[in-house]
Write a protein that binds this ligand. Structure first.
Ligand code: ADP
Length: 423
């Protein structure tokens, strides 16, 4: 089987989000952790999603690893690509959304793409080029205080322009509302004028359906996950992928469970508070972790003393003021790194203690934990919340379940609800 759509995601929660949305079509979706080896002989699925951890890497590193991922996908037949980033356009003035898109465009020999992070089902919409989270502009949402990618502007054209060499353009909602053929015409007009990077407005899933239909032949599409919802159907209609009914996978796993949270997003903070009320909980302090090995050793001891089957949570999740304090003392990267390293080490311990159900909150955190569990391929199961599926993998001959929750996804009772689904 060859790959109909090769997808590359800039973080792990984003990859599982995209995989869940594509899997709603009933087509088989592969989720790979990192670029698979060149000699990987596993049968590719028609939709393959490669999860990278390159959102906040230096631009050159992000470009290099995404090109490597694209080459792997191309070698297995992919000639259309999807570059997936967060529905809140998480990036810095340097990138990496724009530079990676531009590098992929060059690699694929195409001169236009779209940027559409909208995810109406999760309250992300774009109007007149401005991204809204619920009813507030992005820069008034909690993303304003994100530890790694604080978003201080809501205008996607202004956010994108410094990240790319080419020209940035916009298709406004009144044009989007006229449907796919009209949008395709608008895109051709913009291409004729040498405008390569297009932000389309989208306030509903119907808008996204029209946009995806208009760009269904594009070599490269970029956006959040919701834009991809109709792509399997569109590609099947063109004959790029055979119709299938892949079964939703739901293997049995042992009952031992843990929640690991390194996300400081507003929704995660509410989720951690909700879960801590009835679960054993341990808070990690980045300053103590940076101070020497004792803090991690104590956390490991705490974990080892817990009943594997009882609800428990280890979190570094903190309020913006505490995050700012840790960053001021340690630097942004170091503060994030000590937390990620600790949660990764604790995930490995948890597995050794017989825990087989992992709920992980945070994109970067998910990358660290998944890498620690040394898994390179995940099966995509049922969605717990829009864009957050249970995934399944093997380690040392044992199946374990893991869900990777992006910071602002899910409802307050997400952790409880997720674990209940496996009972
Ligand atoms: P989200 O999905 O909410 O963006 P991420 O895991 O991607 O979550 O990013 C959160 C980052 O903040 C991680 O690098 C994490 O290690 C770091 N972090 C977590 N807790 C703290 C804290 N208390 N102080 C500073 N940084 C923290």
């Amino acid at each position: 089987m060859s790959i109909a759509l090769g997808c590359i995601a800039d973080d792990f929660t984003g990859a599982s989000d995209l995989a869940a949305i594509l899997a709603r079509s009933g087509h088989k979706v592969g989720l790979r952790i990192g670029v698979p080896a060149a000699d990987d002989v596993s049968e590719p699925a028609p939709f393959e999603v490669i999860a990278l951890k390159c959102r906040t890497e230096p631009v050159d590193d992000a470009v290099a690893v995404t090109k490597k991922a694209a080459n792997w996908l191309m070698a297995r037949g992919a000639d259309q690509f999807y570059w997936k980033y967060c529905s809140t356009f998480d990036s810095t003035p340097d990138g990496n959304i724009g530079p990676v898109a531009e590098a992929l465009m060059a690699r694929l020999g195409t001169n236009q793409t779209i940027y559409c992070p909208a995810f109406p089902e999760n309250g992300r919409s774009i109007y007149m080029g401005n991204l809204f989270v619920g009813d507030v502009p992005l820069d008034e949402s909690p993303m304003r205080d994100h530890p790694l990618t604080p978003m201080r502007d809501a205008n996607l054209m202004r956010l994108l322009a410094p990240q790319v060499q080419g020209k940035v353009g916009h298709i406004a909602w009144p044009d989007i509302a006229q449907g796919a053929a009209h949008i395709a015409g608008q895109l051709r007009g913009l291409a004729y004028n040498g405008i390569q990077h297009i932000v389309p407005d989208a306030i509903s899933q119907a808008d996204l359906a029209a946009i995806s239909e208009a760009v269904q032949d594009f070599k490269l599409i970029t956006g959040g996950s919701a834009l991809a919802l109709d792509l399997p159907r569109l590609l099947a209609a063109k004959g790029s992928v055979a119709a299938t009914d892949a079964e939703i996978i739901a293997p049995e796993t042992a009952a031992g469970n843990i929640v690991l949270s390194g996300s400081c997003s507003a929704m995660t903070r509410a989720q951690v508070a909700d879960y801590s009320a009835h679960a054993a909980s341990l808070r990690l302090d980045p300053l103590a972790l940076a101070d020497g090995p004792d803090a991690l050793a104590q956390a490991r001891q705490w974990l080892a003393s817990q009943d594997p089957d009882a609800p428990k949570i280890i979190y570094a999740t903190a309020e913006p003021d505490d995050v700012a304090l840790a960053q001021e003392k340690l630097g942004r990267d170091k503060a994030g790194q000590v937390v990620e390293d600790a949660l990764a080490a604790l995930a490995g311990d948890a597995f050794d203690l017989g825990i087989r159900r992992f709920v992980v909150a945070g994109g970067e955190t998910s990358g660290a934990v998944t890498q620690a569990l040394a898994t390179d391929r995940l099966g995509v199961g049922r969605e717990i919340a829009p864009g957050v599926p249970w995934c399944f993998a093997n380690r040392a001959g044992e199946t374990f379940a893991i869900t990777l929750k992006s910071g602002n996804f899910g409802t307050e009772d997400f952790f409880t609800r997720a674990l209940k689904m496996l009972d």
